[in-house]
Structures are given as structure tokens and as C-alpha cells.
Design a binder for this molecule. Structure first.
Ligand code: NDP
Length: 400
């Protein structure tokens, strides 16, 4: 019997939903590159219901308990005395979502002698000290592709929202105003603008494809070049470094994982090399950016806007400067946890658990760390090391 600790975000303030806005989800079979959607033997949830919050339990309880395992589900993950800390001593598997991450630091891993696997129900395993997981032979897995397209849609929404000045204009409506000039004094069209993605993986490439019909000029920076046919089809300009991309782009979107090589890639120096008045969209990870450098760039006008849904730490404390900086379009970390995405990553988590308990290999595309080194997708997209430093700050958050 194994103990599984599953850290999920809180239910809605008004309670777990009794009904939903829509009755079904579209049926998808494959991701754009041909990868199949998750293939667990069965699921015990209704797709389209809220699975990522505590009462949703990722739809895992019935399956785990029927197989004799113990499932602990909690949102209490930070600070002294958290349920996560209390349960770690005999946990075999820890599951959490990047939206409400269980920061699996070296110190926590050391206090979990039975820990064998850390699962990200979603994409992005930077909340785990990957070096410590490698050193202890712990497997780290995530549900690659489950919400990549969801995030790409959010990037498009935020790009349009910032460039067209949507949020301030919406706010004039709710205040009872009709202040056209106030709304449009910062409003532009994206048509003809240059947009560049830092990383053209699953999300980055999807963003480029979605923005193409707006007649934007498309750029990307990645260590590996996309196939020539894709570059030609989208008329892409490839850049070998960040400066070359930011010098020419009006909109820059970050779509690479957070690992020691990418931490704080956006800082006071690199921001100087952006076009004045550029927009920066970051739905990848908060720590890709130096928090205060972003604020300063918005205040000086070097950036015309910043939007995204990722922060460091998470949840962000009430006084996090990105809550109050000018010209921002931030949301809490939600882009990858639409009800549509939840159905996919709940099924993917179940698939990973079935493989683990039945002694079958976990798909290569879901592996980040295995057998003491980076593996699968992790070996392609991550670098060894640790990006969890400072995560204890998450304990400062208090729910309003
Ligand atoms: P992929 O693995 O498909 O893409 C990641 C890309 O990043 C790869 O193409 C990789 O390039 C590139 N990359 C890695 N390091 C660098 C670097 N130093 N410079 C330039 N490019 C680099 O992942 P996804 O596109 O699905 O997701 C990307 C990230 O987005 C996740 O790791 C996660 O942090 C974030 N995310 C956020 C979500 C949200 O809800 N906001 C949800 C899902 C993901 P290469 O081919 O050269 O190795």
C-alpha cells in the first residue's frame, strides 16, 4: 500500500460547483504533432467538471482506494505545520499542479525517505528541486502537452488585451464611463507588428500558428531550429539569442521552461535591449523574469505592457509588486487549468499512476527525471540543478 499526497488548490469561495456553464467538452483525439491524448485504462470523473480543486481530487480517489492505497488531498502546502509537511514522512508519491505548486525542495525531499515519485498534474516541474530528485533516484513526471494549447490561447488573449488596451477600457464601462479618449490613448492594432517567442516548443509554436492570421511578422529564438518546412510555412525568422529577437519585436512571449539556464533571463540588462514600448507576455514561469526589473521597465515606459499568469512564488503574496504595477494584465496562474485542460491532465496523472503501480514504463514524453538523471522530455528541455530557491515566501499568502 502506498501513500499518495495530492496538493490541490482550494475550492471556489462559494463552494464546489453544483452545475456548470456548459454541458460537454469537444472530443479531441490527438495533439497537433500526433501525440495521443492520455490513455488511462479508465477514468472516474466527468470531463468538464472541476477536478483541480480539493473536492475534485483529480478524480483519483476511487481508483487509488480500490487498489488499497491511501490518498491524502490538501491545499495546505506552505509554512510550518502545513499538511504537506506533516504527511511527507511516509509519502511514496507527491502530486501537485503548477498553479498551486507543492515546492519540493531538497529539504522536503530529505524529510521524505519513502518518496519514489513526484508528479506534476500539468506541465512544468521547476517547483521540484530536480537535482535533489536526481540525487535520490526519485522519478519526476508531468503530463506533457495536456495544456500547451490552452496556454497558447491565453497568450493570444493577453497579446490582444495589452495591445488593444482591453482591461482599462472594460474598467471604464463598469465605472459607468464612456471615456473613448482615455481608452484609445494606449490602443493599437497588432496587424503588422513583429512578435517573437522565446522557445518554439509545443506552446511557442502554437502561439506563432495562432497569431499568423492576424498578419503579424513571426520570430522565434530556440536552441534547436524548427524544421525548414515549418519556417517556410509560417515565414519565420529564427534568432540565435535573446538580444537579436528583442531588438526587433514589438511583442515578446516567453514559452520556455524554468531551469537554471533560463532563470532571470529577463532582467534590467536584457530589458534595455527591448524595443521601447514593447509588450512582454509571460505565461511560462514568473522566475524567468526579475520581478523588480519588470516593474521598473513599465514605470519608465521601456515596456508598454506586461501580462501573464505566472508568478514567483505561488500563491503570490498580497503585496507582490506585479499586482499593482502600471499597464499590466496579470491573472492568477490559470491558463493551463481550464476545465478542458483539467480533464486531460487528470487522465494523464491517472495514466502515470497506473504505469507506476503496474510496473509498466511511463511514456518517454512524460518523463523529466528518472534513474538519477534528466530523462525523456526533461533531457531535451531542462538543465540539471534547482530553481526552487525562495519558494518559502509562498507562506506569506493569505486567502481573502
Ligand atoms: P516544450 O517542452 O514543448 O517546449 C519547451 C521549449 O523550451 C523547447 O522547445 C526547448 O527548446 C525550449 N527551451 C528550453 N530552454 C531554452 C533556452 N534556454 N532558450 C530557448 N529555448 C529553450 O514545453 P511547452 O511548450 O508545453 O511548455 C513550456 C513551458 O511553459 C513549461 O515548461 C512551463 O514552464 C510553461 N507552462 C505554463 C503553463 C501555464 O499554465 N501557465 C502550462 C503549461 C506549461 P529546445 O528544443 O531547444 O530544447
Amino acid at each position: 500500500m502506498a501513500k499518495i499526497v495530492c496538493v490541490l488548490y482550494d475550492d471556489p469561495v462559494k463552494g464546489y460547483p453544483k452545475s456548470y456553464a456548459r454541458d460537454d467538452l469537444p472530443q479531441l483525439e490527438r495533439y497537433p504533432d500526433g501525440q495521443t491524448l492520455p490513455t488511462p485504462r479508465a477514468i472516474d470523473f466527468t470531463p468538464g467538471t472541476l477536478l483541480g480543486s480539493v473536492s475534485g481530487e483529480l478524480g483519483l480517489r476511487k481508483y487509488l482506494e480500490a487498489n488499497g492505497h491511501e490518498l491524502v488531498v490538501t491545499s495546505s502546502k506552505d509554512g510550518a505545520g502545513s499538511v504537506l509537511d506533516r504527511e511527507l514522512h511516509d509519502a511514496e508519491i507527491v502530486i501537485s499542479q503548477p498553479f498551486w505548486p507543492a515546492y519540493m525542495t531538497a529539504e522536503r525531499i530529505a524529510r521524505a525517505p519513502k518518496l519514489k515519485m513526484i508528479v506534476t498534474a500539468g506541465i512544468g516541474s521547476d517547483h521540484t528541486d530536480l537535482q535533489a530528485a536526481m540525487d535520490r533516484g526519485i522519478t519526476v513526471a508531468e503530463v506533457t502537452y495536456c495544456n500547451s494549447n490552452s496556454v497558447a490561447e491565453h497568450v493570444v488573449m493577453m497579446t490582444l488585451g495589452l495591445v488593444r488596451n482591453y482591461i482599462p477600457s472594460y474598467n471604464w464601462v463598469t465605472k459607468g464611463g464612456w471615456n473613448i479618449a482615455d481608452c484609445v490613448a494606449r490602443s493599437y492594432d497588432v496587424e503588422g507588428m513583429h512578435v517573437g517567442t522565446v522557445a518554439a516548443g509545443r506552446i511557442g509554436l502554437r502561439v506563432l500558428r495562432l497569431l499568423k492570421p492576424f498578419d503579424m511578422k513571426l520570430h522565434y529564438m530556440d536552441r534547436h531550429r524548427l524544421p525548414e518546412a515549418v519556417e517556410r510555412e509560417l515565414n519565420l525568422t529564427h534568432h540565435t539569442n535573446l538580444e537579436s529577437l528583442t531588438r526587433v519585436c514589438d511583442v515578446v512571449t516567453l514559452n520556455c521552461p524554468l531551469h537554471p539556464e533560463t532563470e532571470h533571463m529577463i532582467n534590467a540588462d536584457s530589458l534595455k535591449k527591448f524595443k521601447r514600448g514593447a509588450y512582454l507576455i509571460n505565461t511560462a514561469r514568473g522566475k524567468l523574469c526579475d520581478t523588480n526589473a519588470v516593474v521598473a521597465a513599465l514605470e519608465s515606459g521601456q515596456l508598454a505592457g506586461y501580462a501573464g499568469d505566472v508568478w514567483f512564488p505561488q500563491p503570490a503574496p498580497a503585496d507582490h509588486p506585479w499586482r499593482s504595477m502600471p499597464h499590466h494584465g496579470m491573472t492568477p496562474h490559470i491558463s493551463g487549468t481550464s476545465l478542458s485542460a483539467q480533464a486531460r491532465y487528470a487522465a494523464g496523472t491517472r495514466e502515470i499512476l497506473e504505469c507506476y503501480f503496474e510496473g509498466r514504463p511511463i511514456r518517454n514524453e512524460y518523463l523529466i527525471v528518472q534513474g538519477g538523471s534528466l530523462a525523456g522530455v526533461g533531457a531535451h528541455s531542462y538543465s540539471a540543478g534547482n530553481a526552487t530557491k525562495g519558494s518559502e515566501e509562498a507562506a506569506r499568502f493569505r486567502q481573502k
